[in-house]
Design a protein around this ligand. Structure first.
Ligand SMILES: [Zn+2]
Ligand SMILES: [Zn+2]
Length: 192
């Protein structure tokens, strides 16, 4: 009698345990269906494919696992954002003429001779073809004429050449004297 009662109690406890487990599994299954639908809607553009993914997740648990394997790796929002950034970069590349003034950061174009904002000189005009050229350029890239205005590097080179010239001149001035002295000495010696 007692053992039967204990068995019945055990049996009823087992039954409630199983039913609770089934209830949890059922709720989990429904939650996974909802999650699959929500996730598919954020990743898949085609509504028919979203319905297919949701129907697939109705197959308990395995359907959601299969969906996790085959789902698109990116969210649609990320794809759209990337496309926007790409188009913005392309637009930036298309407007390469657009620059900033090195003195005041005002928007200028590559062929401006003077900044319209700070009035500072940006480009020189080529004396030969009168196209705007950078003061640092040694020749005009449009007509191959050498730039009339001496560049900074050219002036320093010229200055250096002048200094070397002066030094050699000084050396030339300085060296003949001992030669003359020796020559006069030799001549003196010869005279002796
Ligand atoms: Zn400026
Ligand atoms: Zn030129």
């Amino acid at each position: 009698m007692d053992t039967l009662a204990i068995f019945e109690i055990k049996n009823s406890a087992l039954n409630t345990g199983v039913s609770v487990a089934l209830l949890i599994l059922g709720v989990l299954w429904l939650a996974l269906i909802f999650w699959t639908f929500a996730d598919a809607r954020r990743r898949i553009d085609d509504p028919l494919l979203v319905v297919c993914a949701t129907l697939c997740s109705f197959f308990p648990f395995v359907g959601t696992i299969v969906y996790l394997i085959v789902r698109p790796p990116e969210f649609l929002d990320d794809v759209r954002l990337r496309e926007l950034e790409m188009s913005a970069a392309e637009a930036r590349l298309a407007s390469l003429d657009y620059q900033l003034c090195p003195h005041c950061d005002y928007e200028i174009q590559a062929d401006y001779l003077r900044c319209p904002s700070c009035m500072r000189k940006l480009k020189e005009r080529c004396y030969s073809c009168s196209k705007p050229i950078d003061p640092a350029w040694r020749i005009c890239p449009f007509c191959e004429a050498e730039t009339s205005a001496p560049t900074a590097s050219a002036t320093t080179r010229r200055r250096r050449r002048q200094t070397t010239d002066q030094a050699t001149v000084a050396a030339e001035v300085a060296t003949p004297e001992p030669e003359e002295a020796t020559a006069s000495g030799k001549s003196r010696r010869r005279r002796d």
